[in-house]
Design a protein around this ligand. Structure first.
Ligand code: GYE
Length: 369
């Protein structure tokens, strides 16, 4: 799991990016001279500025929980001379839909030719897409890996073909970090820890708390890391995670698993769902069982997409840890820098916050997704 860096690293990243903007890899620059004419040194400088903003905003977010949609405003470079292949996970959640839109609209703004594929949650389909991109000789490949393991072979093929790869959203567990240029996305362990912090505060006076967990896709970085981060914090023996199962990050999956949890366990105090969609499915199951979500059973989720925020505002969800899907502009900046032959930081962490009910009500009118 390469997604273990704490957000404290964000400042380092900003510094790294500034430094990166000052130097470049001579070989790659030579290789891309013709195409580089289309871009200028500007993207790297802009990227550095945006990353600095990201670090600064993060400090703000720590003290101001209402900072919403916190992805830094990014100036998008002109990439009209290039083709980028993007292999998306699928369309499993509101988060994913917003992420796809962000990438497609940033690509349009950059004028880049985007070859977009949807793997419908299947790693084999993603591998096939990447092989297709290599065959088409795209200039750069970006993708959000469905699961963490099993990427070395195909990423090796991209490297062999001289096509740079950028990971977005989810990490791979490859030991060989030369297989990709950078990884842009959230710190999922930190998200799990923020969820755990809330549990400690919310249940400070309770003697015993029975928790059920709706996990994301088995083997995916967010499922592994959100489970781990949560357990890093929820350590008091009064907390008992009585059941934990995957709901595949979908509303339907969350509903089905929650129905089974409710049947097997008459007393549940809290649902920890790895995304809003599964939490929304759990709400349906809880209501169908004649219970009141948010009151009889508390609900804690991750993402902060519109439907989740509405449920939080309505009191059916109790707390949401934000995970921003708006990665498109930063992806185009990083792609511009890579295609320009510049060195980019190996990790760029997305800036995020958390929401309680009041903060959700305040943030909803301006929410972008
Ligand atoms: O939290 C979930 C989506 O990888 C961060 O995938 C992403 C997760 C997101 O399906 O809703």
């Amino acid at each position: 799991m390469s997604n273990k860096k704490s957000t404290a690293g964000a400042i380092t990243i900003a510094l790294a990016l500034i430094l990166a903007a000052c130097g470049s890899d001579a070989d790659k620059a030579a290789e891309t001279t013709a195409k580089a004419a289309a871009t200028t040194a500007a993207p790297a400088t802009t990227a550095a500025a945006a990353a600095t903003t990201a670090a600064a905003t993060e400090t703000t977010a720590a003290t101001d929980g209402t900072t919403a949609g916190s992805t830094p405003a990014a100036e998008i470079p002109d990439l009209s001379a290039y083709t980028i292949g993007f292999a998306q996970v699928g369309a499993e959640s509101g988060w994913r839909t917003a992420n796809t839109k962000s990438i497609q609209s940033a690509a349009e703004d950059a004028g880049v030719k985007l070859v977009f594929t949807d793997a419908q949650g299947k790693q084999e389909a993603q591998v096939e897409s990447i092989r297709g991109f290599i065959e088409q000789k795209v200039d750069l490949i970006a993708f959000s890996p469905v699961v963490e393991t099993g990427w070395d072979a195909v990423l090796g093929e991209a490297k062999e073909a001289g096509i740079p790869v950028i990971l977005t959203d989810r990490a791979v567990d490859s030991k060989d970090t030369s297989l990709y240029k950078t990884f842009l996305g959230s710190d999922f362990v930190l998200e799990g820890e923020k969820a755990g912090d809330w549990v400690n505060t919310e249940f400070a006076d309770a003697d015993s708390v029975k928790i059920v967990e709706l996990q994301g896709t088995t083997g995916s970085a967010p499922a592994l890391d959100r489970a781990e981060g949560f357990r890093n914090k929820v350590t008091d023996p009064k907390f008992d995670i009585i059941a934990s199962q995957t709901g595949e990050f979908t509303r339907e999956g969350g509903k089905k698993v929650m129905e089974a949890f409710l049947q097997a366990n008459p007393e549940i105090d809290l649902v920890y769902a790895h995304n809003d969609d599964m939490g929304l499915g759990a709400i349906e199951a809880i209501e169908a069982a004649g219970l009141v979500p948010g009151e009889d059973i508390k609900i804690l989720t991750v993402d902060a997409v519109h439907d989740g925020m509405q449920a939080l505002a309505d009191g059916k969800i109790n707390f949401i840890v934000e995970c921003s899907p708006l990665l498109g502009p930063q992806l185009m900046q990083l792609a511009g820098a890579v295609l320009n032959g510049e060195t980019v930081p190996e990790r760029v962490v997305t800036v995020e916050t958390t929401f309680d009910q009041e903060q959700a009500i305040a943030a909803l009118p301006d929410r972008q997704y």
